[in-house]
Design a protein around this ligand. Structure first.
Ligand code: C2E
Ligand code: CA
Ligand code: CA
Length: 713
C-alpha cells in the first residue's frame, strides 16, 4: 500500500482495488494528475478491511478477484459506515448485461470496462468528484441551514395550492407543538393552530399574497394542543408558476415568544414599580401627556392628585422595611378600590383600558390622574373618600397600624396648562395639606379650597338633614287663569342647616342627588306633603292637590311606587290629591322605562306633570304615549314674555299642543299683570308665581285655603 500524498487528508480518498498489480500501477499513474488521496488494495477482502478503518469517497473495484470478488466487496462496503455515500465504480472485463445489472444491484454507482481507457476514467472521476463536491456542499449548507433554523426557532413550510399538499420542516411541528407522526402537514392544520382570534387575519394575509403574487408578514399567536400560547412571526412568499398564476406558497414561521417575554419584562422593569405593580413616574408622565393633550383638544378638565403617607418614615423605622413595604402595598390596594367604588372610577378605568392613572413614583408617594372631570365637586368628593379610607387602621404583620395620608390636588386647565407645572402645583397643594397637620386634602387654588371645604361640610350636614329636622316644605299656590281661584299648591323644599341661614334647593338638591341622600329626602317630602294634606282635610278645608318635585334618582328608584302607596294609605288620602312633577329631562332619558314607570304611577292614581317644559327635548310621539296630566311651561319663557315675541310664539305652540294632548298648561314664575293677561289671552289655564304668592310655610298657605272655602261658602 502506498500513499501519493500523505499530508492532505481533506483530498478525496480513492481506493483502487485490483488483483493485478500492473493495473493498480497504471491507475495510480493515470489518476496521479488529479488531486486525490490514492490508496490500493489487492483483493475485495483487503478493500473491505481498509474501508472499515476509514471510509473512502471513491472505490474503483475490479469485479473478478480471488478470495472475495467485486460484487461481494461492493455489498459489504455499502453496509459499512460511510459506505452508503461512497461512489463505487466497478471495473469489469465482462461486457455483458447480467454483470452490469448485478453490479448495480449490489450498489455500484457506475462501471467501466477493461481494457481501461485511462483518459476516459480520468474524465469520469473528475465528473464524479465535481458532483460529489456539489452534493456535499449542498448537504453542508442544508445542515447549516437546519441548524441555524433550529437555533432561530425558525420553521419553513411549503404549500402546494394545486394539490393542496404541504410540507413542514421539523421546526414547524415543534413550534406548533404537533407530533410529526400523528398529524398531517397541511395549510388547514397550520391555520387551525393559529389563535382563533387571528385565524381570519392570517387567512386574509395569505389569500392577499396569493392573489397579488406577493409576500406577507404577520405577527400572530399559536395555540398548542396543550393550550400553551406562543407568539410567532409568519412570513411567506407566493411563488407564481407563471405570471399571475400562483401554485405554491413558501412560508417561514418563527417563534418569538421568548423575545416577546424579554421585551415585556424589560418594559415592565422600565415602566412599573416592582412592589405594587403600579406604573412608575416615567410611564405616568408619558400617559399624562397624552391625556392632557386630549383634554386640551376637546376642552375637558382633568385633575392631578398627589398622595403622600403621613409620618411614614416613623412607621418604617419602628416596624421595619418589610412592614413598610406591606403597608405601601395595602395602601395601593385601598386607593385602587376607592377609585373603583367612587363615581369617578368608571372614568378612571376606561382610560384606554389601562389603569395607568394611578402610579407610584417612589417611596410613600402616589400619583393619580383623573380625566373628564366635569365638576370639581367630584374630585373633592373623591379626595375626601380617599383620605377617609386611608385613615382606617391597617393590620400589618399582626400589628394594628394607624396612619393617614395627605393629598394635594391641581386642576387642568385652571391651575396649569402644562403637565410639569400641574404636577408641581399638586405638590405645592400637598405641602399645604401637610402643613395643616396631614390626613386631609388641599387644592392648589385658594378659592377651590374654600369652595371644597364648604361643599364637604354641606355634604356631611345634608346626610343628617332629615334626622335633625332641618327640612321644611313651603307651599306655593297655583291659580286658575280663568276663575282666579286656588287650584293647588306646589311643595318646595327649604333647608336650614344647623339652625343657620336657609340654603336654597338649587344648591343642595344636586349635592343630595350626587351623594344619593336624595332618596331619603324625597321620601320625607312625600311623607310631609301627605301629612299636610291630611291635616288640612282634618281641619275642614276643601281639598286641593299638592304637587311634589321628584328628582331623577328618586324617579328611577325601585321603591317609589310603594312609598307613595304606603303614604297615601297611611293618611287615608285619595290619590288625585298628590301630584308628581318630573322634569322634561328626566322623563326623556330612557323612554320605554319612563313609560312603564309612569304607567305604574298612574295606576296608583296620582297626577303627573312635566316640569320645566321647553328646556329639554321632548319626543312628541312619547309625550302622547305617557299618561300625563299637565305641562309646566318653564319660567325662562315667561320671564321675557312681554318683550320677546319669540317666547310668545313658543308658549302659543306649547299651549296648543298641550290642549291637543288633553293636558293642563301651567305657567311658572308669573310676576306681572302683563304676563298674566298675555298668558290668559293665549289660552294657558293655570299659573303660579310671585304675582300671586311666594312659596309659603304651611300655616301661611292656609289663608289661601280659607279664602277658597269662603268663596265656596
Ligand atoms: P322648580 O320645580 O322649577 O320650582 C319653581 C321654582 O321657582 C321655585 O324655586 C320657586 O320658588 C320659584 N318661583 C316660583 N314663582 C316664582 C316667580 O314668580 N319668580 C321667580 N323668580 N321664581 C319663582 P325654589 O323653591 O328655589 O326651588 C328651586 C328648584 O329646586 C325647583 O325648581 C326644584 O327643581 C328644586 N326643588 C325644590 N323643592 C324640591 C323637592 O322637594 N324635591 C326636589 N327633587 N327638588 C326640589
Ligand atoms: Ca317644580
Ligand atoms: Ca319648574
Amino acid at each position: 500500500m502506498m500513499e501519493k500524498q500523505t499530508t492532505v487528508t481533506t483530498l478525496p480518498r480513492v481506493l483502487i482495488v485490483d488483483d493485478d498489480a500492473m493495473v493498480r500501477l497504471l491507475a495510480i499513474s493515470a489518476l496521479g494528475q488529479l488531486d486525490l488521496d490514492l490508496h490500493e488494495a489487492g483483493d475485495g477482502a483487503e478493500a473491505v478491511a481498509l474501508f472499515q478503518q476509514q471510509a473512502y469517497d471513491i472505490v474503483l473495484l475490479d469485479l473478478e478477484m480471488p478470495r472475495m470478488d467485486g460484487f461481494t466487496a461492493a455489498r459489504r462496503i455499502r453496509a459499512l459506515p460511510g459506505g452508503e455515500n461512497a461512489t463505487l465504480i466497478m471495473v469489469t472485463g465482462l461486457n455483458d448485461a447480467d454483470s452490469i445489472e448485478k453490479a448495480y444491484q449490489v450498489g455500484a454507482t457506475d462501471f467501466v470496462t477493461k481494457p481501461i481507457n485511462w483518459a476516459i476514467l480520468r474524465q469520469r472521476l473528475r465528473f464524479v468528484l465535481r458532483a460529489r463536491n456539489a452534493f456535499r456542499s449542498l448537504q453542508e449548507n442544508e445542515a447549516k441551514l437546519l441548524e441555524s433554523q433550529r437555533i432561530a426557532n425558525l420553521g419553513h413550510w411549503e404549500w402546494d395550492i394545486i394539490n393542496n399538499r404541504a410540507e413542514w420542516s421539523e421546526q414547524v411541528y415543534g413550534i406548533l407543538g404537533l407530533d410529526p407522526q400523528a398529524c398531517d402537514a397541511s395549510f388547514a392544520t397550520f391555520l387551525q393552530a393559529v389563535h382563533p382570534d387571528e385565524q381570519r387575519l392570517f387567512n386574509r394575509a395569505v389569500s392577499a399574497a396569493i392573489e397579488k403574487g406577493e409576500s406577507y408578514l404577520l405577527e400572530h399567536r399559536i395555540v398548542r394542543p396543550d393550550g400553551e400560547e406562543r407568539h410567532v412571526v409568519s412570513q411567506g412568499q407566493a411563488l407564481p408558476a407563471e405570471p399571475g398564476k400562483v401554485e405554491r406558497v413558501r412560508h417561514v414561521v418563527q417563534d418569538i415568544t421568548e423575545r416577546k417575554r424579554a421585551e415585556e419584562h424589560i418594559f415592565q422593569l422600565a415602566n412599573f414599580d416592582s412592589l405594587t405593580g403600579l406604573p412608575n413616574r416615567a410611564l405616568f408622565q408619558a400617559y399624562a401627556g397624552r391625556i392632557l393633550a386630549a383634554a386640551k383638544r376637546d376642552g375637558t378638565k382633568a385633575a392631578v392628585l398627589l398622595l403622600d403617607l403621613d409620618r411614614f418614615k416613623r412607621i418604617n423605622d419602628s416596624l421595619g422595611y418589610q412592614a413598610g413595604d406591606q403597608l405601601i402595598k395595602e395602601v395601593a390596594g385601598r386607593i385602587a378600590s376607592c377609585m373603583r367604588e367612587c363615581d369617578l372610577a368608571a372614568k378612571i378605568h376606561t382610560v384606554e383600558d389601562l389603569p395607568y392613572s394611578l402610579a407610584r413614583p417612589g417611596g410613600d408617594e402616589f400619583m393619580l390622574l383623573i380625566r373628564g372631570v366635569d365638576r370639581a365637586a367630584g374630585v373633592a368628593h373623591f379626595a375626601k373618600r380617599l383620605s377617609d379610607a386611608l385613615a382606617q387602621p391597617l393590620s400589618v404583620m399582626q400589628q394594628e397600624v394607624f396612619f393617614s395620608a395627605s393629598i394635594g390636588i391641581s386642576l387642568f386647565p385652571d391651575d396649569a396648562q402644562d403637565q410639569d407645572l400641574l404636577i408641581k402645583s399638586a405638590d405645592i397643594a400637598l405641602g399645604y395639606a401637610k402643613d395643616s397637620g396631614g390626613g386631609c386634602f388641599r387644592f392648589f387654588s385658594e378659592e377651590m379650597n374654600d369652595w371644597a371645604n364648604k361643599r364637604i361640610e354641606l355634604e356631611a350636614r345634608l346626610n343628617h338633614a332629615v334626622e335633625n329636622n332641618e327640612l321644611q316644605l313651603y307651599y306655593q299656590p297655583q291659580i286658575s287663569l280663568v276663575s282666579g281661584r286656588l287650584t293647588g299648591f306646589e311643595a318646595l323644599l327649604r333647608w336650614w342647616p344647623g339652625g343657620g341661614d336657609m340654603v336654597p334647593p338649587n344648591e343642595f338638591i344636586p349635592i343630595a342627588e350626587e351623594t344619593g341622600v336624595i332618596t331619603e329626602i324625597g321620601a320625607w317630602v312625600i311623607h310631609q306633603a301627605c301629612k299636610q294634606l291630611r291635616s288640612w282635610r282634618d281641619r275642614g278645608y276643601d281639598p286641593v292637590p299638592v304637587a311634589v318635585n321628584v328628582s331623577a334618582r328618586q324617579f328611577v328608584d325601585q321603591n317609589l311606587v310603594k312609598i307613595i302607596e304606603d303614604e297615601l294609605a297611611a293618611f287615608d288620602l285619595t290619590p288625585e290629591l298628590l301630584e308628581l312633577e318630573l322634569t322634561e329631562r328626566v322623563i326623556m332619558r330612557s323612554l320605554e322605562e319612563t313609560r312603564i314607570k309612569l304607567q305604574a304611577l298612574k295606576e296608583v292614581g296620582v297626577k303627573l306633570s312635566v316640569d320645566d317644559f321647553g328646556t329639554g327635548y321632548s319626543s312628541m310621539s312619547y309625550l302622547k304615549r305617557f299618561p300625563l296630566d299637565a305641562l309646566k311651561i318653564d319660567r325662562s319663557f315667561i320671564m321675557d314674555l312681554v318683550t320677546d315675541s319669540n317666547d310668545e310664539s313658543i308658549i302659543r305652540a306649547i299651549v296648543a299642543m298641550s290642549k291637543g294632548l288633553g293636558l293642563h298648561t301651567i305657567a311658572e314664575g308669573v310676576e306681572t299683570d302683563q304676563q298674566r293677561e298675555l298668558l290668559s289671552s293665549i289660552g294657558c289655564d293655570l299659573m303660579q308665581g310671585f304675582l300671586y304668592s311666594r312659596p309659603l310655610p304651611a300655616e301661611e298657605a292656609e289663608s289661601y285655603l280659607l279664602r277658597l272655602s269662603d268663596q265656596h261658602a
